[in-house]
Design a protein around this ligand. Structure first.
Ligand SMILES: [Zn+2]
Length: 367
């Protein structure tokens, strides 16, 4: 993931590390983000200290971490029973909300120590919560006070039932560290094509190349020019246009000729793009929807395989000064499809057969 020597300074990684650590469906590689996982594990302590009295450490004082506390409080709500396990000022026990959310000014007029220890049962007993208010009585505090007064009139506690903590992120409402970790990614948007790539069967290095394509992180001529690494950004395959990754893999006349031949041999010529697509992912996700579900696995792997061979061809032209014709490249694609089939990726067998190869009975020709 990094380039450079042992000592790597900033700006030498392929992709920002937080993005690499996202779940695959959001476009990451699913590595564990140790900082977020640490937060999730510390939320587990908070959960156990509230739900399991048998832990000998549950009453010990612990340093409070704002981010862990905030995430924990956003993730739980209370099903009110006897009111002895829920905290009056900070927990979300009032119609799914906390007094901190409903009346922030009133809450600010209460000391932090009291906020942390006043239970709902204590607070409601003879309206003890009113005595907790020690700060300045501004107009907003009075308005908040009247609101909470109204809301707490009809609360009935059930002394025979204990309070129940509800965890928001699981079906059975009990805490799990995995769900707490995943909750940190809620609200992040996915990159186009990430979910399809996740399901696609292909050898690791080719799939990784596909991942870099989706993130537009391949060192094409256009990207190198943008980074002031070279002056000329013309395409290595056609020498006609700027070499972006979308041009190289989909829009280039040379690539288009390859794609057309391959799609035609599989009787999928209708999938050939009528206009130049915005990105490989756009064409890929649109085209696969037009296929029956049984053909999609073959198509997905074919997209990665052909893109990979086109990229290799581009590199050979630049670094080895060797170029092949479309026909030679089709042979190379057929050979690669045979190799993939023999190593277990059976979904591309159809591609190999369509290009005139019978996997297993063929002596491979290395061009
Ligand atoms: Zn080109």
């Amino acid at each position: 993931m990094w380039k450079g020597a042992e000592d790597v300074k900033g700006g030498h990684c392929m992709l920002a590390w937080p993005k690499v650590c996202r779940p695959p469906e959001l476009g990451g590689l699913g590595f564990l983000d140790l900082q977020l996982f640490g937060y999730a594990l510390r939320m587990r302590w908070l959960w156990l200290s509230r739900t399991d009295d048998n832990r000998p450490w549950s009453q010990l004082q612990d340093t409070q971490e704002n981010i862990v506390q905030a995430m924990f409080h956003a993730s739980i709500s209370i099903e009110l029973g006897d009111g002895t396990r829920s905290f009056f000022w900070t927990d979300r026990w009032l119609q799914g909300k906390s007094i901190k959310d409903l009346a922030p000014c009133l809450c600010n007029a209460v000391g932090l120590r009291i906020q942390r220890k006043r239970t709902v049962a204590e607070g409601l007993q003879e309206d003890l919560w009113i005595r907790d208010i020690t700060g300045a009585l501004t107009v907003q505090v009075l308005l908040d006070y009247l609101l909470i007064w109204d809301l707490t009139r009809n609360i009935i506690l059930h002394p025979e039932i204990p309070d129940r903590l509800i965890w928001k992120w699981t079906g059975d409402h009990t805490f799990s560290t995995a769900s707490a970790y995943r909750a940190f990614f809620i609200g992040q948007y996915s990159i186009p094509g990430a979910t399809i790539l996740k399901k696609t069967q292909a050898p690791g290095k080719c799939k990784f190349f596909g991942w870099l394509v989706l993130h537009d992180r391949c060192w094409t001529a256009a990207r190198r020019k943008r980074h002031n690494l070279q002056d000329d950004d013309s395409c290595a395959l056609c020498c006609q246009a700027s070499e972006t990754i979308t041009h190289l893999l989909v829009s280039c006349p040379f690539s288009k000729e390859c794609w057309y031949a391959i799609l035609q041999s599989l009787h999928w010529q209708a999938l050939f793009p009528d206009r130049d697509p915005f990105s490989l992912a756009e064409w890929w996700s649109g085209a696969r929807k037009r296929l029956p579900k049984t053909d999609r696995r073959c198509f997905d792997s074919t997209v990665i395989l052909v893109s990979w061979i086109l990229w290799i061809e581009r590199n050979k032209r630049i670094f080895d000064h060797r170029s092949r014709s479309v026909q030679q490249l089709l042979c190379s694609i057929a050979d690669e499809a045979v190799l993939w089939t023999l190593s277990g990726y059976k979904q591309v067998e159809r591609l190999a057969v369509a290009l005139g190869r019978l996997p297993g009975r063929e002596s491979l020709v290395v061009l």
